[in-house]
Design a binder for this molecule. Sequence first.
Ligand SMILES: O=C(CO)COP(=O)(O)O
Length: 266
Amino acid sequence: MPPSPRLVVGNWKMHGLREQSGRLARAVAEGAQSLPDDVRLVLCPPFTQLASVHGIINAEGPATPLHLGAQDCHTTSSGPHTGNISAEMLADLGVRYVILGHSERRQAHGETDFLIRQKVEAAEAAGLIPIVCIGETMQERLEGRTTTVLATQVEGSLTDGFTGILAYEPVWAIGSGTIPPIDELERTLSLLHGLLQSRLKTDDIRVPILYGGSVTPAQAPTIFSIGSLGGVLVGSASLEAESFLRIAEAASFRLTSQSLSGPYRS
Ligand SMILES: O=C(CO)COP(=O)(O)O
């Protein structure tokens, strides 16, 4: 059976005014048409650009490998929550994916695993695919607590029948220009697969695991040499069409077919 397409997700964070966002989305949409068919792209612009980016993606027609994602949602579908956006509102706009529990939200907005799980429930109820971020800080890593931290986050942030996407983003790697040593990353992915098995009480894990943190065109071939990797979550390098598309090209299994026998690919 051919492997599932890899996902290359661009998290634009709080970047992008109308003109620049439009230019970036159009360039990505155009480049996406010539990508290998085992790669899918997701653009996650700020809320203010979702509608216009949706228009640009839609203009490419239903067969486009490019989809729309948001960067957060509220736990409920509507109500007196000034300044918040619900999963239902996102779905209504044509959004398909939503990033939840990003470390920048965990740290700057005090988001807990429990809150994130409630958001995951809301996203699932609205028909969105949640991309749940987890990852250890440098201090936790130095204290040898990575496994415990990841186990707690997987246990607390995911719903019982979770069918979304898990993104492993070591906090210390984000924006640092550094990625974990590749053998360590491979071991962590294997660990996460085991944690998913016990959290979801099944050996048949279909949850793709993405890596995020300083993914660049230069690092991408090394990262994608891990056959079991479901894709990547890209920050800064997604703000330029050329670098984002180069990462997407490197995601194709055609380049990495020799390493497809990863430790837990089913
Ligand atoms: O936080 C990230 C994606 O969600 C990663 O950001 P960078 O790719 O800029 O390190």
